[in-house]
Ligand binder design. Structure first.
Ligand SMILES: C[S@@+](CC[C@H](N)C(=O)[O-])C[C@H]1O[C@@H](n2cnc3c(N)ncnc32)[C@H](O)[C@@H]1O
Length: 264
């Protein structure tokens, strides 16, 4: 519910239009330009939830629930979930906060946000969750606003992930938590091989079959995970952008990892 937000929540800029990102790294080999990423998610939006649950055999639900359960207590909010997509992590935080915590879900892709909004209404969360069209790399919120700032399976898609992470840290309160949930490749040799076979060979075919799209989004998924930093290398990045007490919690044999950090 917008009226429950702190008065200064939006005072950095009321403009939620999407601007071109400022790059701080050389271009990645994958095309992660804002327009392309937005168009890709817009095309797969209607099948996004169905495929998430199918391709992970429902594990994604438990990963997001665990993420929300690791929020600091008491969970008073407000909470910001960036790259929120269809809003599942935003909803998980709302539930973890006894359905009485203000959450903002931000995404650059309007069709994803529209689905999120509809889902929130179905769950009776419409008065508590606000959906904002915007860019994680230039968050339209005041410094030090949110008790928790989270991202699930999203930071890898941001054109400049370090800029996105820096913004997440900026809008977090001192002592607040930044949570990043992201795919990883399991360390166990046999499970790792099996997972890579599924992730690289099987998943793109099933994905393209159910969500036919020009961008081969489900081929992009394993490619983008393969090119993204994982484990201690990524944890170091979180320290570089100013987080302390960084922890890593591998889930389901290391298919996904939850990274948590505190803003000092
Ligand atoms: C793989 S989906 C993840 C959605 C959701 N967090 C989940 O757990 O399922 C990635 C989302 O990131 C969004 N995204 C990518 N770059 C973005 C940016 N720079 N700012 C905001 N959202 C962005 C996409 O539009 C897409 O909805």
């Amino acid at each position: 519910m917008v009226s429950q937000l702190p008065a200064d929540i939006n005072n950095r800029s009321a403009d939620t239009t999407i601007r071109e990102p400022v790059r701080s790294e050389p271009s990645a080999p994958l095309d992660k330009s804002a327009d392309r990423i937005r168009a890709m998610f817009a095309e797969i939006a209607p099948r996004y939830d169905f495929l998430n649950h199918l391709l992970s055999a429902g594990l994604d639900i438990a990963w997001r629930r665990r993420t929300a359960q690791r929020a600091p207590r008491p969970l008073v909010g407000p909470i910001l979930d960036v790259c929120t997509g269809t809003g599942d992590l935003a909803l998980a935080y709302w539930k973890a906060g006894s359905r009485r915590v203000v959450v903002i879900g931000l995404d650059a892709c309007e069709p994803m946000l529209r689905l999120a909004q509809r889902k929130a209404r179905r769950h009776g969360a419409a008065d508590w969750i606000e959906w904002v069209l915007g860019d994680t790399q230039q968050l339209p919120f005041a410094t030090g606003t949110f008790q928790v700032v989270s991202v699930a399976f999203g930071i890898r898609n941001v054109s400049d992930p370090l800029q996105g992470l820096s913004e997440m840290v900026r809008v977090c309160t001192r002592g607040g938590q930044v949570a990043v949930l992201e795919f990883a490749f399991p360390k166990n040799r046999i499970f790792g091989r099996l997972f890579r076979w599924y992730f690289n060979r099987v998943l793109p075919r099933i994905g393209q079959f159910f969500a036919r799209n020009r961008f081969e989004a489900y081929r992009y998924l394993p490619e983008s995970v393969g090119l993204f930093e994982q484990g201690t290398a990524f944890a170091r990045r979180l320290e570089e952008v100013g987080l302390g007490q960084v922890e890593m919690l591998p889930m389901t044999g290391g298919i996904a990892t939850l990274y948590l950090g505190r803003k000092p």
